[in-house]
Design a protein around this ligand. Structure first.
Ligand code: ADE
Ligand code: ZN
Length: 319
């Protein structure tokens, strides 16, 4: 039986497998710039975050209807259940869809249909986190928050993703303040490709409760001390870091060093359809490549529940 775990860093659009992409393309009359799934998979050789994002946003063209989003999420949940996931906090990128003319209600409606069925169908509880694309203007994020008004009963929190360098967290100060006033939880990608100072800024200016990635905190010893002291969760994604070349190899990943330093690390899949594995596969891969023992794997699983937005009683039930 796989270790029960929570997944806290998962972009639902990053679970779009080539087979589903082609099936949706056929259903929706969308022509993809790839002959077949093999050719598409061969394109998954990324230089960095941006080269991945270009392909990732392009493939989203197949996601058009509520059914498409429901199918996408249901396929993820089925795989996650197989890999021991009991709770998933799922990112989605509203602006990547509204910019193509897909209404926010279609996205949230489709995702919610699958998420609502997940406890009974898969034994998985869920939360939805709406991410802003940080390479778009802050006004677009604010407009997206406003547009989400009717769906806030479905949305637990906000996040910040897309191209990091050149788009520091402080750019989104006002929208994070507005979200906090609405009672939304706050997380942000920081320190994936961007510097350690972006992690500090996400904490100090945006008031985030978790850091997504946070890998580059290691370049700032005082920041590491602070993250340890504050028990600030980091949602690490080791397979993503290898594929997007934030680290050279999985064997060189600093996860064991980060755990040994006392950081509250969790292990997640990020965009599993693109990076070679879902979260159970990721646990397996770090065990093999980094020689993590059973106690360290249990620590990672325990951390995932501690770092989640579950209430204490829900946490005990999920674990
Ligand atoms: N969107 C999807 N995956 C991402 C990642 N790893 N970093 C930033 N934005 C993303
Ligand atoms: Zn991510």
């Amino acid at each position: 039986m796989p270790l029960p775990k929570a997944e806290l860093h998962l972009h639902i659009e990053g679970t779009l497998e080539p087979e589903l992409a082609f099936a949706l393309a056929a259903r929706n009359g969308v022509t993809l710039p790839y002959q077949d799934t093999e050719e598409l998979r061969r394109a998954y050789l990324f230089e960095d975050l941006q080269s991945f994002l270009d392909l990732y946003y392009g493939l989203m063209a197949v996601l058009l209807t509520e059914d498409d989003f429901a199918e996408l999420a249901d396929a993820y949940l089925a795989r996650a259940a197989d890999q021991g996931v009991r709770h998933a906090e799922i990112f989605f990128d509203p602006q990547a869809h509204t910019a193509r003319g897909v209404p926010l209600g279609t996205v949230v409606g489709g995702l919610s249909r699958a998420l609502d069925a997940a406890p009974e169908r898969y034994g998985i509880s869920t939360r939805l986190i709406m991410c802003f694309l940080r390479d778009l203007p802050a006004e677009s994020a604010m407009e997206t928050l406003r547009a989400a008004g009717p769906y806030l009963d479905r949305i637990t929190g906000i996040g910040l993703d897309s191209a990091e360098v050149g788009h520091p967290p402080a750019k989104f100060k006002e929208v994070y303040e507005a979200a906090a006033a609405l009672g939304l939880r706050r997380v942000a990608h920081a320190g994936e490709e961007g510097p350690a100072s972006y992690i500090r800024e996400a904490l100090d200016v945006l008031g985030v409760e978790r850091i997504d990635h946070g890998l580059r905190c290691l370049e700032d010893g005082e920041l590491v001390d602070r993250l340890v002291r504050e028990r600030m969760p980091l949602t690490l994604c080791p397979l993503s870091n290898v594929r997007l070349r934030a680290v050279d190899t999985l064997e060189a990943h600093p996860l064991p060093r980060m755990m040994a330093a006392g950081l509250l690390c969790t292990v997640n899949s990020d965009d599993p359809a693109y990076f070679g594995g879902y979260v159970g596969d990721t646990f397996h891969a770090v065990r093999e490549a980094l020689g993590l023992g059973p106690e360290q794997l249990r620590e990672l699983a325990r951390n995932s529940f501690e770092a989640s937005f579950l209430e204490d009683d829900e946490e005990r039930r999920a674990e």
